[in-house]
Write a protein that binds this ligand. Structure first.
Ligand code: SF4
Length: 237
């Protein structure tokens, strides 16, 4: 069974406990409008078939980068970077994230989070410490558990989305898709669901099918998706 590292409410966990599996020193695409560094947090409870970071999934693997080294790196980047992105893996798996975020902000950086939204209550508690969130919406509710290989995952994400929308924190919802995951009609229905509950920023990340064939929406289908959102972007993985 997956070891869960998050502490019970009220228990303080220092940022030194944050297990980081990697660092990207500079990115202009992971935190919109910001030059940022990305910290890849170790551990994820889900097992999506298309995961690009399988080495980060095992929550029992120690971090490769001590928090003190992260702080030293950020100290050298003050005035050069705008922000720090906590990505993964799944950053909200670790209780130490709640201690790391204010330390990063105290150094003058903005904070961003990439999350699958599997821990809605933890996300709600972290929202005041975040300037931007990229929330993965893996698919329609009835497909979600199959994509994540985790029963009960879909409703958790919907609850996270409700907390996020209510918070007013800047964000983007993003969905990775190819026709082997769910159909175009289901994709359109997902776009309807998201727009109806108030999502305005949606990124659709098209990837290749497991057989390697590229998938492509028609221009009409793409326009139909885009019409539902204030900001829509189509990315090709
Ligand atoms: S939620 Fe993200 S990190 Fe976790 S298995 Fe899925 S794609 Fe990988």
């Amino acid at each position: 069974m997956l070891r869960e590292i998050v502490a019970a409410p009220g228990i303080d966990v220092s940022a030194e406990r944050l297990r980081i599996g990697g660092l990207t020193p500079l990115t202009s695409i992971d935190f919109p409008g910001r030059l940022a560094a990305v910290l890849f947090c170790q551990g994820c409870p889900w097992r999506c078939g298309y995961c690009h970071n399988p080495e980060l999934l095992d929550a029992t693997v120690p971090g490769t980068l001590a928090w003190s080294r992260v702080l030293a790196f950020l100290q050298r980047r003050r005035g050069l970077l705008d922000g720090v992105v906590f990505s993964g893996g799944e950053p909200t798996l670790q209780a130490a994230l709640s201690a790391a975020l204010p330390e990063v902000r105290a150094m003058g950086f903005e904070t961003a989070l990439h999350t699958g939204g599997m821990y809605p209550e933890r996300l709600a508690a972290l929202l005041p410490q975040l300037d931007w969130i990229g929330l993965d919406i893996k698919g329609p509710l009835h497909c979600h558990d199959g994509i994540t290989a985790t029963p009960g995952s879909g409703p958790r994400v919907r609850q996270s989305l409700r907390y996020l929308l209510a918070s007013g924190v800047a964000h983007e919802c993003r969905t990775t898709w190819h026709p082997g995951l769910f159909s175009v009609n289901e994709l359109l229905a997902l776009a309807d669901e998201l727009s109806e509950i108030g999502v305005t920023h949606w990124a659709l990340q098209q990837c290749r099918t497991p057989g390697g064939a590229p998938c492509a929406l028609t221009p009409v289908q793409t326009q139909a998706l885009a019409a539902r959102f204030t900001h829509f972007v189509l990315r090709r993985a």
